[in-house]
Design a protein around this ligand. Structure first.
Ligand code: ADP
Length: 489
């Protein structure tokens, strides 16, 4: 059999992608999934719509490729992390919309537990924040009639999106999740690799609801809903899948995804590294008994600053224009701090708002656009700096993906700023590719990690050409801008 089928269930869309033995993308099908915004700061999605989108894209990719499901060697599944579904064991129907990772609706639940921050970080590697699943489960149980009672009776099941899709694909035979998804719930102990009784009782979540946790490379059951014997043999949260898809298999290797926000992950090998500066400790993957860990830093506004330039400021017509407009004039000493949603790593400052510094009478559109693009790179440099400080692992090279990597100005500036080589892979669907690699490894479609490294290809390499002194001077300016921004609250 010639293909691996990867399902990538993201926040705004679901994709099905067929890969061949060389890791080449052969066919893709995509469906948008509408997010719902019942109140300001609340983000939900219909869990059934997610499941329908998965079945749609699988059908479409098979039809477009003129093959049947039985021509597939194996299926890999990757997903938006933390998003939470609770459904009835009896009917398989959700009892509430899925609550999306971005949603802040469970903030009060988190605020009430803030005194447990230290123990929570030591057990889960995370921060108490509505972003992660536990408070969302609590919210749903409270919002559902007799929710707590039903959960205690074993009538309700919880899962992140991977779990939900596996449950549906196997027609309710398998209620499972992989370690990477479990590690984002605030309920999973990343030291013992088990659901944690104390954490579950803090959130008053009955352990009966929780899925079985399995390695990332594992047989999760077959696609019974299609009466097919094809199995799901790889499951990973999206950022971990991208790390794997960028072949960051060794300790010290890292990738950065430049999407709406930016997510930088560093493989820390078999070592758990706990951060004092706002990095998250997470599981990168588990193959057999071997667990690999990662540190993760996030920038809330990455490519989104380009959308802002286009849709709100009307300074550019299309995202692609940002590159040519930025190159129209040299840097004008302007700094844009796009803290529209607070600041992520290493600041985790909810209250701060955006700001602009260094304007003069001659500041023009080009310099403003340029400074906005530069702000993406500066924020990523902030993450790299704390990662290096806390791990003592020097950054040798950065592998990149995501929509904003199209921007050559941004990539070159990032390379200059980090004084590091930047590599862009041939296949930009690294999330799907990563889980295809994982599923393929498990079923023998790909022979080994070495074999994957050999077939993995790159399309562009950026190397620094501005000298370090100049870069240090620019970065000093950025740090001043951040400091000033945080005063204005
Ligand atoms: P997500 O998965 O978060 O939806 P994508 O990886 O699809 O994100 O990337 C979308 C982001 O990339 C958008 O925020 C968009 O503004 C940005 N983007 C797209 N093209 C460019 C470009 N040429 N230059 C800079 N940013 C871009």
């Amino acid at each position: 059999m010639k293909y691996v089928l990867a399902i990538d269930q993201g926040t705004t869309s679901t994709r099905a992608i067929l890969f061949d033995r060389n890791g080449h993308l052969l066919q893709i099908a995509q469906r948008e999934v509408a997010c719902l915004f019942p109140k300001p700061d609340w983000v939900e999605v219909d869990a059934l719509a997610i499941w329908v989108s998965v079945t749609d894209v699988i059908n479409e990719v098979l039809i477009k490729s003129n093959i049947s499901i039985n021509d597939i060697a194996t299926v890999g599944l990757t997903n938006q992390r933390e998003t939470t579904v609770v459904w009835s064991k009896k009917t398989g129907m959700p009892v509430y919309n899925a609550i999306v990772w971005q949603s802040r609706q469970s903030i009060d639940i988190c605020n009430n537990l803030s005194k447990y921050q230290e123990v929570i970080q030591q057990k889960t590697g995370l921060l108490i924040n509505p972003y992660f699943s536990a408070s969302k489960v609590r919210f749903i149980l409270d919002a559902t009639k007799n929710g707590q009672q039903k959960a205690e009776n074993g009538e309700l099941l919880f899962g992140t999106i991977d779990s939900w899709i596996i449950y549906k694909m196997t027609m309710g035979k398998v209620h499972a999740t992989d370690v990477t998804n479990a590690s984002r719930t605030l309920l999973f102990n990343i030291n013992t690799l088990k659901w944690d009784e104390e954490l579950c009782s803090l959130f008053n979540i009955p352990m009966k609801m929780l899925p079985t946790v399995c390695p990332s490379a594992h047989d999760y059951g077959s696609l019974s809903y299609l009466k097919s014997h094809v199995h799901i043999t790889g499951v990973l949260g999206d950022q971990q899948a991208a790390l794997f898809g960028q072949t960051c298999f060794e300790k010290g290797e890292s990738k950065n995804t430049y999407g709406t926000g930016c997510f930088l992950l560093l493989n820390t090998g078999d070592k758990l590294v706990f951060s004092k500066k706002g990095l998250l400790t997470t599981i990168a993957w588990q193959i057999g008994d071997k667990v690999t860990y990662a540190l993760e830093g996030s920038v809330f506004i990455g490519g989104a600053v380009v959308q802002w330039l286009r849709d709100e400021m009307h300074l550019i017509k299309s995202s692609d224009d940002s590159e040519s407009v930025a190159l129209e004039s040299p840097s004008g000493g302007v700094y844009v701090v796009p803290a529209f949603a607070g600041l992520g790593t290493p600041y985790w400052d909810d209250k701060v708002q955006g700001a602009v510094f260094g304007l003069t009478r001659s500041t023009n559109r080009s310099q403003f656009v340029r400074a906005s693009l530069e702000s993406i790179a500066y924020q990523c440099k902030d993450v790299v700096e704390v990662m290096q400080e806390e791990t003592k692992i020097p950054l040798k090279l950065l592998k990149v993906d995501g929509g904003a990597t199209k921007n050559r100005f941004l990539m070159q500036f990032q390379s200059d700023l980090l004084q590091t080589e930047i590599r862009l892979p041939r296949c930009l669907e690294t999330t799907a590719l990563g889980v295809a690699y994982m599923a393929g490894l498990q079923c023998g479609f790909f022979k080994s990690l070495d074999n994957i490294k050999k077939i993995h290809e790159y399309q562009a390499v950026y190397t620094p050409y501005v000298d370090k002194k100049e870069v240090d001077r620019l970065y000093e300016g950025w740090k001043k801008a951040i400091k000033a921004t945080r005063i204005f609250k």
